[in-house]
Design a protein around this ligand. Structure first.
Ligand SMILES: O=C(O)CCC(=O)C(=O)O
Ligand SMILES: [Fe+2]
Length: 425
């Protein structure tokens, strides 16, 4: 990140005064970025991260990826034999697209070998099977494969390289948000927004996808009379004004057709529904960084409020009611306020370390926007804003922080110190 982009981004967040990145109305079409050489990280910040808008990168951006050469036949189909030789024994999660379970699909686990036999049978059966349409989703390929098998599968595009979510999980070595999706023509993902209001990027290794994208807030008009969001935004039942009273006032989604090799950027909080138009394999990552951190924090506060509403009747009779709300939140949302603090702390400590180093050390291993001083300084400014809000939140004040290795107030003081010394960088 250069000085000018940092100044622009910091000014943008100051002008928001704590409000989160929104979406406004959907543009008529998503921007298409044709040439890697003509598109810098600063262009991505200005054009898409700050306004929180989607875009599509041409296949030239993924031209050199090993997966695009090795996983695909000359006819553009998944190379089943190659993939079986590499990953046949791996156990993968598989969703049944034809069965609705709440707003998602039930999942089972099977070997990749069994999934490929199913897929071939599905194609031979004219894209139909008594087993239904099965979709391999959320396969943690990176975590579950050897370094050799992953060699040159993909190269993380610089635009997505500031990724605190995966940085955090890598530091703990227990999870990640790097996925492979693979499914036949007709498989699809129901309407949703991504976990913690993260961004997503998605590359088709082979095949094509159709995306229906809704800017943040527009999902409100899609709620049914009980306030629930739909499973399928194209279902005819949405036309029934008694069940979906606001649907007639909703705006049509932004439609994106993603060709093989192309890369889609999904901004924070945009709901979406996705169809595989061909037999398709994609690599999808979820990521959070300084630009959508406040969106994540805002989302977590909403999640806690939802839990509190749900068990409000026990507020007076249940000892430790607030603590129970945090426990429930952790099991429903995967994270609670304490863990969010831990996430901020891990990233903050790494940025403080970078700012304590000389410029030669910092740039040694980080080409492109990497983790240079300007990026670390910007990250610290975002951490200060969100940590200040977390510390002053009444529900965080109820969390027992006495056993934490670093007290939140102390961490905030260190970050503020660092921030004042980065002003002149
Ligand atoms: O490709 C799909 O089926 C879903 C992808 C998705 O929801 C995402 O990348 O956020
Ligand atoms: Fe998604």
């Amino acid at each position: 990140m250069d000085r000018e982009t940092r100044t622009l981004a910091e000014r943008h967040f100051r002008s928001l005064e704590g409000r989160v990145l929104g979406g406004g109305a959907a543009p008529a079409r998503a921007a298409f970025i044709a040439a890697p050489a003509a598109f810098s990280y600063a262009d991505f910040v200005r054009g898409f991260l700050l306004p929180n808008l989607p875009c599509v990168f041409s296949s030239a951006f993924t031209e050199g990826w090993g997966s695009r050469r090795r996983w695909v036949t000359p006819a553009g189909m998944p190379d089943f034999q190659y993939l079986l030789d590499k990953f046949g024994d791996v156990i993968v999660p598989v969703a049944n697209c034809g069965v609705q379970e709440y707003n998602s699909n039930p999942k089972e686990h099977m070997s990749f070998r069994d999934y490929i036999s199913y897929w071939k049978e599905y194609i031979q059966g004219g894209y139909s099977s008594p087993r239904g349409c099965l979709y391999l989703k959320d396969w943690h390929l990176c975590r579950e494969s050897t370094v050799e098998d992953l060699e040159d599968v993909f190269t993380l595009p610089v635009y997505f390289s500031s990724d605190w979510l995966n940085e955090f999980w890598d530091a703990l070595d227990v999870d990640d948000y790097r996925f492979v999706y693979a499914g036949p023509k007709g498989s699809w993902s129901p309407f949703h927004a991504d976990i913690f209001r993260s961004y997503s990027w998605s590359v088709n290794i082979c095949g094509r996808k159709k995306w229906l994208l809704f800017p943040p807030g527009q999902e409100e008009a899609l709620r049914d009379c009980h306030g629930s969001l739909p499973y399928d935004v194209t279902a005819p039942v949405l036309l029934d004004a008694r069940l979906y009273p606001r649907f007639q006032h909703s705006s049509p989604p932004l439609e994106v057709l993603q060709e093989a090799g192309e890369m889609v950027f999904v901004p924070s909080g945009w709901h979406h529904q996705v169809y595989n138009l061909d037999d398709t394999i994609s690599i999808n990552h979820n990521w959070v960084n300084g630009y959508n951190l406040a969106n994540m924090w805002h989302f977590l506060q909403q999640e806690l409020q939802a839990v509190q509403r749900e068990i409000s009747e026990w507020k007076d009779s249940m000892p430790d009611w607030h603590h129970h709300c945090q426990v429930i939140m952790k099991s429903c949302s995967g994270i609670n306020f304490e863990e969010f603090y831990h996430f901020l702390k891990i990233i903050a400590e790494k940025r403080l370390l970078v700012l304590g180093q000389g410029p030669e050390e910092v740039f040694k291993d980080s080409p492109g926007p990497g983790l240079g001083h300007q990026q670390a300084a910007f990250d610290v400014s975002r951490l200060v804003e969100v940590l200040t809000s977390l510390i002053t939140h009444p529900d965080f004040q109820r969390v027992d922080t006495s056993t934490f290795s670093l007290r939140p107030e102390e961490l905030l003081a260190q970050l503020k110190d660092a921030m004042s010394s980065t002003a002149a960088l």
